[in-house]
Design a protein around this ligand. Structure first.
Ligand SMILES: NC(=O)c1ccc[n+]([C@@H]2O[C@H](COP(=O)([O-])OP(=O)(O)OC[C@H]3O[C@@H](n4cnc5c(N)ncnc54)[C@H](O)[C@@H]3O)[C@@H](O)[C@H]2O)c1
Length: 316
């Protein structure tokens, strides 16, 4: 039987992917340790619909320490597709002693899961959620998988790149099928509360000024959650250890994104500027050519439409 293992299943992207898999009739085992990086009640809400479904099993375990019990939730004859989304997210908190959290949840946890997957066998694919943060501040844009040298600009980016390299070397040395997908600023319903659009929508709806770090001229390649989930599903069959960008199509300055948000919300938005934060990069811009040629993926949701979905979700 085919079974899906989704790590980070209570998070923003993991819970949306889990719902999508269950809607396709799949059998899903989800793992999450409900870290308090943001309010865990939000994560409990994210995973509530899946818990109603008898094809879903939730395992509350820490991937960095505790994987032995995982084997009891899958039959050895099951063919597994592993979606590895668990991580400590966020660039800005990755400095100082908090870096230990990032090495534990992003590097140790990934290595642990790779060892488990290799020793278990019968893995159809190991799909790793990487990040545009691995690129840092390249001299040329757009960011292209084979031409842009990845030099992360934040400790978070360093851990995401280290984990991506771990995935690659388990494929090269042990023939573990894998693919890594570099997500570019994901937004939409269930977006994490520390992310810009979520903060902006809540502030604007309270008629408070929104806080922007830097002058607002920084560009981001915003990617709507449903496009990301569609990419994750297509990637199930891409098993050759490729690394692909998932982004492109909505690259705008932050100021432009705020103007679009003001139109969508039908109100004026006041901005309070403050200094850029350590680790912030001036631009992200994905080349999505490889994802298109490899699996026919391209983003389809406009910023207006995607933002209006997020506003509806957050204010309801
Ligand atoms: N959201 C984005 O814009 C974005 C962009 C690029 C890459 N990514 C990557 O996508 C993935 C999902 O991001 P998200 O925004 O949904 O984050 P999220 O914080 O909402 O979800 C991550 C989940 O992983 C869980 N987790 C962390 N460490 C764990 C551990 N050791 N064991 C078990 N569970 C653990 C957390 O409790 C959390 O629920 C992450 O790998 C992130 O690095 C996200």
């Amino acid at each position: 039987m085919k079974k899906y293992l989704v790590t980070g299943c209570a998070g923003f992207i993991g819970s949306t992917l889990t719902d999508k898999l269950l809607s396709e009739g799949a059998s899903v085992v989800g793992i999450d340790i409900f870290r308090d990086y943001y309010d865990v009640r939000i994560k409990r809400r994210n995973i509530a619909p899946a818990l109603e479904n008898s094809s879903f099993t939730l395992i509350e375990k820490d991937l960095s320490t505790d994987l032995d019990s995982l084997s009891s939730f899958t039959d050895p004859s099951d063919e597994l597709i592993i979606y590895h989304l668990a991580a400590q997210a966020g660039v800005r908190k990755s400095w100082g002693t908090d870096f230990r959290i990032y090495t534990r949840d992003n590097i140790d946890a990934t290595q642990n899961l790779l060892e488990w997957a290799h020793s278990r066998g019968r893995v159809k694919n190991f799909v790793y959620a990487s990040s545009s943060s691995i690129y840092g501040i390249p001299s040329d844009l757009p960011m292209t998988e084979d031409r842009t040298v990845p030099i992360p600009h934040s400790p978070y980016g360093v851990t995401k790149l280290a984990a991506e390299n771990l995935v690659k070397l388990y494929t090269a040395n042990m023939e573990l099928p894998s693919v890594s997908l570099r997500f570019f600023t994901v937004y939409g319903p269930r977006q994490r509360p520390d992310m810009a659009f979520n903060r902006f929508i809540r502030a604007a709806s309270d008629k408070k000024p929104i806080g922007v770090f830097g002058n607002g001229e920084q560009t981001r390649d915003f990617t709507y959650i449903d496009d990301i989930v569609r990419g994750l599903r297509l990637a199930e069959n891409s098993t050759k250890g490729l690394v692909m960008n998932l982004g492109g199509g909505n690259r705008v300055t932050l100021l432009h994104a705020i103007e679009t948000l003001a139109e969508v919300m039908g109100r004026k938005i006041e901005i309070k500027f403050s200094e850029s934060k350590l680790g912030d990069v001036p631009d992200t811009w994905a080349s999505a050519e490889l994802a298109f040629s490899e699996m026919g993926w391209k983003p389809s949701v406009s910023l207006e439409k995607g933002l209006s979905q997020e506003v509806t979700w957050l204010l309801s």
